[in-house]
Design a binder for this molecule. Structure first.
Ligand SMILES: *Cc1c(COP(=O)(O)O)cnc(C)c1O
Length: 430
């Protein structure tokens, strides 16, 4: 596989961009080697600057659930572009997408559009604090909620990959209001709540964490959080930036039947454009300016081109619920195939699957939280990752990421992925 053009571009990028990339995980730090520079993508494939073609399981970290260059979304964007790229004034499409989000995610009664998942979570915490008049919030170790200061404490994803769970630049004053508990541990939450009685504004969680690899909630865990938050007057925030519109129309909250007070959204909601949103109960969202006193704004929020892409995406998913059954079947096929390969090779690795999110943990431990996830052999994962690339499959370049499937992935693609996994596990373990 020739990647000389990517190597040259990465070297050039170092001069003008910190680390050569605009988001850390893209730099391949945790798997080694040089990131591939991508020049195009279609359906289930991405093509790099050397014209190598890969079946890919990143899908822009989720948004490309319908595959790349979806004709409906492309057409909607092209039409919107003709009417100017931005107005800084309200548009009818913003009402359409707000109504659709409220329909698809029934716990959301009102919703505010922003430009990224990071903005959504930062704003949601501010609103929860304004609403409760309390300062502290509980965060789960290994969950990633974007790069807002108060979340960069035991954060997953790029933050873990880079080995800087506590980023310089985050003040002690900020960190002291972030309380930490392990995932899947109800007692730890009870303890924090008792120790900080009447001071906790919110509990924010990825209901199904995809940023420490993919971890599944234990039976009753999310329900217990709901019960505790109700009892203590704590705002329960589900960060569904990753799981929203992916695990089901209504996200993880629909799958597990647990209703949060607030939800944060991103990724799929923009159809590939930079969009985020936060919403929830009317009485909480009424605190947001200009309806209420909690300030939050955005010059490009609700951007007409981004709304055209997002609305087309959400309408499609809303009208085609079979997407989720199809994705679940493909996920099952991939996971089952991987398990058979692991059995045949007598490798004790863990495979986690939920719908179209899937992950192999290179460890013999069952992974129920961040500490378990950190028992993985990341060096072996790095070798596996590069062997997969050599075999034409582009995975997320970190052990601490979920793989994302799209409907563009065919049965034949899955067979090819399984063949590549079979070979690459041998390379990783030789
Ligand atoms: C990706 C992600 C974010 C951050 O979204 P950005 O658009 O990258 O700012 C927040 N929360 C979760 C759960 C995510 O997966």
């Amino acid at each position: 596989m020739d990647n000389n053009k990517s190597v040259a571009l990465f070297s050039k990028a170092q001069h003008s961009i910190p680390g050569g990339v605009n988001s850390p995980v893209r730099a391949f730090k945790s798997v080694g080697g040089t990131p591939l520079f991508i020049k195009g993508a279609e359906g289930a494939y991405m093509i790099d600057e050397n014209d190598n073609k890969y079946i890919e399981l990143i899908n822009s970290w989720g948004p490309m659930i319908l595959g790349h260059a979806n004709p409906d979304i492309t057409a909607a964007v092209q039409e919107a572009v003709n009417n100017s790229l931005s107005f800084g004034a309200p548009t009818a499409k913003e009402i359409d997408i707000a109504e659709l989000i409220c329909e698809m995610v029934p716990s959301i009664e009102k919703v505010r559009m922003v430009n990224s998942g990071t903005e959504a979570t930062m704003s949601a915490i501010r609103v929860a604090r304004g609403y409760t008049g309390r300062d502290k919030f509980i965060k789960i170790e290994g969950c990633y909620h974007g790069h807002g200061d108060s979340f960069l404490i035991a954060a997953g994803s790029g933050a873990v990959t880079m080995g800087v769970p506590n980023s310089p630049g985050v003040t002690e004053g900020t960190a002291k209001d972030t309380l930490l508990a392990p995932y899947n541990d109800v007692e730890a939450i009870e303890k924090l709540v008792a120790e900080n009685k009447g001071e906790v504004a919110a509990l924010i969680i990825e209901p199904v964490p995809g940023n420490m690899g993919l971890v599944i909630p234990n039976e009753g865990y999310l329900q217990s959080l709901r019960t505790i938050c109700d009892r203590e007057g704590i705002v329960l925030i589900f960060d569904e930036v990753m799981t929203g519109f992916r695990l089901a129309k209504g996200g993880a909250q629909e799958v597990f039947g647990v209703t949060p007070d607030m939800t944060t959204l991103g990724k799929i909601i923009g159809g590939g454009m930079p969009v985020g949103a936060y919403g929830g109960k009317k009485e909480i969202m009424e605190y947001v300016a200009p309806a209420g006193p909690v300030y939050q704004a955005g010059t490009l929020s609700g951007n007409p081109v981004a709304m055209a892409a997002g609305l087309t995406m959400l309408n499609y998913l809303n009208d085609h619920p079979e997407v989720y059954t199809e994705l679940a079947q493909k996920g099952e096929k991939l996971a089952q195939g991987i398990k058979e390969i692991l059995d045949a090779k007598q490798l004790p690795y863990q495979v986690t699957l939920l719908g179209s999110m899937i992950c192999i943990f290179f460890t013999a431990e069952k992974v129920e939280n961040f500490a378990d996830a950190q028992t993985t052999d990341t060096e072996k994962f790095g070798k596996f990752f590069h062997a997969m690339l050599d075999n034409g499959v582009y995975l997320p370049p970190s052990q601490y990421e979920s793989w994302f499937m799209s409907v563009a992935l065919t049965e034949e693609n899955i067979d090819s992925i399984l063949k590549a996994i079979d070979k690459s596990l041998d390379v990783a373990n030789q």
